[in-house]
Design a protein around this ligand. Structure first.
Ligand code: SF4
Length: 459
């Protein structure tokens, strides 16, 4: 069960001052798209309070690190980074160093024991309190912590300040009620709740007015969205009616919540991109059961069948964990077999590592030897690489439509962007072609990770 926690310190803020309002803010983000969207929310909230955003960490008066707790090495990396950032206090003793996001909620006040130089710790439902906490730090030398869970918090009246880019994130759900055995998310992001549909539509309309052509709806189990009578299929239909938006994506859906009506809505709207990230985690029913994933390999395959029947050119991507507690050779082979059967376009693959606080950490022995986990991971990555290579080769000779994001990282004479099926495509620059344009590209080469081609000009 997720239990409510309360603030460790009650903050009585002094009134804002001109000095506070002139402060510069640097935000660094780790983890998933949800965290990126939350960072945009934090920036929206604090710029409203008068903070100026800087991209120079050495010039910041306030540094906030928005963190991920999903894997232990992510937490270790962030702790290392906080120690590095602490060095800036030598030049600026008034610098405020804060930790936000999932890791804050996960570690709570233990973080201050580990890193006593951290001034502020705020969990994902506490960003609204950041201005108050920052003001309180002017008067208090004690660290400010706020780690409450708030089921009613949707951050409705805060407009995010978005990073430059062609895709706008819209958080349509927060939290998760699923309680998968390996997952820390419900313990750090709290109970599931859906943003009112009117607010989702308002945010997408605002994105369209700002010139964004692509939106991605975000939620831990995004297809479970429900606001009264409005379910996720209804929300997709309404979003697809908004002028100016050319592409709609969503992540991550849960395989147990994919009714055919949703797939029909996806198929009926040309704006809904033909790509679905469908987390498999394991291809063995016994492992799925231990993981507390409420679907079976058969029902997962049925979703895949329906998606491909209604949207034949859909790209499917997934997440897989190898070496989960008690995973036998047969169970691992069932996962490999499932991946061969589905032929995912790409996959994020991980070795299981227990997270304190989760059901698997409490109740299941982490008994697959590290060497076996590593061997299974290497083998499954190699297999998926071959599958991704074949999937991408099938695009050769075809025209794909690419939303241009900018200059290729490896070649200044080339541009890159994403196809509607979420493939990265790289192609030579052409005069007049800029970011945020959707251009036809004929594919003439590929790797497992990238398509290459040339802009197709009318004959
Ligand atoms: S559905 Fe499972 S894996 Fe996904 S966030 Fe919720 S608990 Fe974690």
């Amino acid at each position: 069960m997720v239990t409510e926690s309360t603030d460790r310190i009650v903050l009585e803020p002094p009134a804002p001052s001109a000095a506070v309002q002139a402060r510069s803010l640097y935000v660094e983000t780790y983890g998933c798209q949800m965290n990126k969207a939350d960072s945009e929310l934090i920036v929206g909230l604090l710029t409203r309070e008068g903070y100026r955003v800087t991209d120079r960490v050495d010039r910041a008066d306030v540094i906030l690190v928005n963190t991920c707790a999903i894997r232990e090495n992510a937490e270790q990396r962030v702790l290392g980074r906080m120690s590095e950032l602490n060095r800036f206090k030598t030049a600026n003793p008034d610098l405020i160093l804060g930790l936000c996001g999932c890791m804050s909620q996960h570690l709570g006040d233990r973080i201050i024991e580990q890193a006593p130089y951290i001034d502020l710790v705020a969990g994902p439902d506490n960003y609204r309190r950041l201005p108050t906490m920052l003001r309180a730090l002017d008067a208090e030398s004690e660290p400010a912590l706020s780690l409450t869970w708030d089921r009613a918090e949707h951050y409705l009246d805060i407009d995010p300040v978005r990073e430059a880019g062609v895709n706008g994130w819209v958080t349509i759900m927060r939290g998760c009620d699923k309680m998968c055995a390996f997952c820390i998310v419900p313990f750090v992001r709290g109970r599931e709740r859906s943003t009112p549909h009117g607010e989702v539509i308002r945010q997408i309309e605002r994105l369209a007015a700002e010139g964004y052509r692509e939106v991605t709806m975000l939620g831990q189990t995004v297809n479970k969205y429900r606001d009264g009578e409005v379910d996720f299929a209804d929300l997709l239909s309404r979003a697809a009616e908004i002028d100016g938006i050319a592409r709609i994506r969503f992540t991550s859906p849960h395989p147990a919540h994919f009714p055919e009506r949703l797939i029909e809505v996806m198929a009926a709207s040309p704006k809904v991109c033909p790509h679905t990230h469908l987390p498999l985690q394991s291809g063995a029913s016994t492992t799925l059961s231990r993981m507390r994933r409420d679907y079976t390999p058969e029902t997962f395959l049925e979703v895949v069948r329906m998606l491909r029947e209604h949207i034949p050119r859909i790209a499917l991507t997934t997440d897989v964990i190898v070496g989960f507690c008690g995973e036998t050779e047969e169970e691992y082979e069932a996962t490999c077999e499932m991946m061969r059967t589905v032929q995912f376009d790409s996959a994020f693959m991980f070795k299981y590592s227990p997270r304190p606080g989760t059901a698997s950490h409490k109740r299941l022995p982490d008994d697959v030897p590290e060497a076996v986990k590593a061997e299974r991971l290497t083998a499954i990555i190699d297999m998926q690489k071959s599958i991704s290579d074949l999937r991408n080769r099938a695009y050769r000779g075809q025209i794909v439509h690419v939303l241009v994001e900018g200059q290729s990282k490896r070649d200044a004479d080339k541009l890159f962007g994403k196809t509607d099926a979420f493939k990265t495509a790289v192609f030579p620059r052409r005069p007049g072609i800029e970011s945020n344009m959707i251009v036809p590209v004929r594919v003439n080469g590929s790797t497992p990770f990238t398509l290459f081609g040339d802009i197709e000009t009318p004959a």
